[in-house]
Structures are given as structure tokens and as C-alpha cells.
Write a new protein. Structure first.
Length: 139
């Protein structure tokens, strides 16, 4: 069996195709992982998991207020919602909302490009009201 230039070029081409496919698969996996990590709707949401009766009572009352009496929510927390959803994006954001991919371009309002902006803002404001009220009433 003789080694010809045609046979050598086929092996070189096969090696290049394998390297290219491996690179594409690795790039896809890395970019998908980064998109999911960078898309926490609100990264600094404080979750209340305390079993103290006072904390639980405050959490329940404020959750009910937000669910059933939105007109009684203090203006401070409504302003937090408006600030977040009307924030201008300063860098391109690509993420997922309920498994739907979205992209916010620089200069866009968050509410115009992020379908979860309002829900995230409400959750953050409600959590902040819980934290503020617990600090005021349960200490």
C-alpha cells in the first residue's frame, strides 16, 4: 500500500473537520451556560426563609397586600418598580424569560425588551418591603 498525496490530504481534511466540530460543540455549550448564568432576573433579591413567627407574619401580610390590595402598596416600592422597568440598558443583555430568549440592546428601556422585567421588579420591591418591615417590627 503506497502513501499518496491524495490519501494524506484526506487524513488532514478529516482531522480538520473533527477539530472544527469539537470547537463548535464546545462553543455552543459554553455560550448556553453563560446565557443561563447571566440571566437571573434580579440577582440581588433577598429571600426570607426565617421561621420566626414575626417574620412569617410580616411576610404573609405583605404578600397578601401585593396580591389583593395593590392600591395600598407604599409609593416607595411602586417607585422601585418604575425605576427598574424604565431603566436604560447600558450594555447588551441576552437572556431567557420563561425559556424564551430575549435580547436588550444598549439604550433600550428594560420594559421594551425584557418580558420578565415587570415581574422581576415587583418581586424585588415586595422582597424589599418585607425586609424593611421585618427590620422595623421584628427587632
Amino acid at each position: 500500500m503506497q502513501t499518496t498525496s491524495f490519501r494524506i490530504s484526506r487524513y488532514i481534511l478529516l482531522i480538520l473537520v473533527i477539530i472544527l466540530c469539537t470547537g463548535i460543540i464546545a462553543w455552543t455549550l459554553v455560550s448556553k451556560r453563560q446565557n443561563h448564568q447571566n440571566n437571573a432576573p434580579v440577582d440581588n433579591v433577598i429571600r426570607i426563609t426565617n421561621t420566626d413567627p414575626c417574620v412569617q407574619d410580616v411576610t404573609n401580610k405583605i404578600s397578601q397586600l401585593w396580591a389583593y390590595s395593590p392600591d395600598d402598596i407604599p409609593m416607595k416600592y411602586l417607585n422601585m418598580i418604575n425605576e427598574y422597568i424604565n431603566e436604560r440598558i447600558t450594555a447588551k443583555i441576552t437572556g431567557y424569560c420563561n425559556d424564551i430568549k430575549f435580547t436588550c440592546k444598549t439604550g433600550q428601556l428594560r420594559k421594551d425588551c425584557d418580558p420578565c422585567a415587570l415581574g422581576s421588579a415587583k418581586q424585588f420591591a415586595m422582597d424589599q418591603q418585607i425586609v424593611d418591615t421585618v427590620a422595623q417590627k421584628c427587632n
